[in-house]
Write a protein that binds this ligand. Structure first.
Ligand SMILES: [Zn+2]
Ligand SMILES: [Zn+2]
Length: 288
């Protein structure tokens, strides 16, 4: 699974960092987490086809996180009038994009599962930012059945029988009962947690347990902790503490203030607490 960083800045872009947006590339579709101004061109710059965007998840309605939606909906309308983009966001999202008939808008106000697809699901939880509603999102891929090919073939499982045993969990071949668990194992689905614009929260730890990737607000270095608290943001150090406590596999420091020019300063601070920390850079690809 590939994640492409389209914009890694905080609320002000820099010459190296565009406004916040992250693309999750799945087979045949692209899902965006937030969509700052200029996201369309960032997609093209990093060789992603904007017409493959199926869903956009907006954390909150500060313009630095959602202004790019207008451009994308306009372009999609020109390319293919019949294609709809599913848009998830807080209360107010419908009003903001009401003129677009090619947007299927869902306002989110809970921590339950907000979307269930064949291969994955999304849930949301509340963050604490200087706006009434800001949301974190959890992407969870379904577990997959993987066959031990040789074992399966030795028991006579060939061609369409793979699908059949996966569906029925046991089948009979030549009067011999074969259990799915004898010839396969379950591969755990990937979990990605997207947390932008928030104070550090216990609920983020609870929602990020054992995640493969945590993307977390790291607007400031810890020398600006008071500033972070005042502006309802987090420091790289606080993000690392959350990653460590939640037992995630890797942390991506995200939403970087224009005051911090060097990614390595944020990485240095975070890695002292949580080793597998990297600072997001525009165009960066994370494979999980
Ligand atoms: Zn922001
Ligand atoms: Zn904000």
């Amino acid at each position: 699974m590939k994640i492409v960083i389209l914009g890694s800045s905080g609320s002000v872009p820099t010459k190296d960092r565009n406004l916040p947006s992250i693309a999750l590339c799945l087979s045949g579709e692209i899902i965006l987490f937030d969509c700052g101004e200029g996201t369309q061109r960032q997609l093209m710059k990093y060789n992603l086809n904007p017409s493959k965007i199926s869903k956009i998840f907006l954390s909150h309605l500060h313009l630095d996180h959602c202004l790019g939606v207008y451009g994308i909906l306009e372009t999609m309308n020109l390319i293919n009038k019949d294609k709809k983009v599913v848009l998830f966001g807080p209360l107010g999202t419908k009003k903001m994009f009401q003129k677009y008939t090619n947007a299927d808008i869902h306002e989110v106000n809970s921590k339950k599962i907000i979307l269930k697809e064949k291969n994955y699901s999304f849930s949301s939880f509340k963050l604490k930012h200087n706006i009434p509603m800001c949301l974190g999102f959890v992407f969870k891929e379904n577990n997959k059945i993987k066959f031990y090919e040789n074992k399966a073939k030795a028991k006579g499982i060939i061609g369409p029988l793979f699908k059949e045993i996966e569906k029925k969990s046991k089948i009979k071949i030549n009067n011999k009962l074969i259990n799915l668990s004898d010839i396969s194992y379950e591969l755990k689905g990937k979990k990605i947690v997207y947390v932008s614009d928030t104070l550090p929260l216990k609920s983020t730890i609870n929602n990020s347990k054992q995640a493969d990737l945590l993307i977390h607000d790291s607007t400031y270095l810890s020398s600006l902790t008071a500033e972070a608290a005042k502006n309802y943001h987090s420091t790289a150090k606080q993000a690392a503490q959350i990653a460590k406590t939640a037992g995630v596999k890797q942390l991506l420091l995200f939403h970087i203030s224009q005051r911090h020019k060097e990614s390595k300063d944020l990485e240095y601070e975070a890695r002292k607490i949580f080793k597998n920390s990297n600072c997001a850079r525009d165009g960066m690809i994370v494979e999980i």
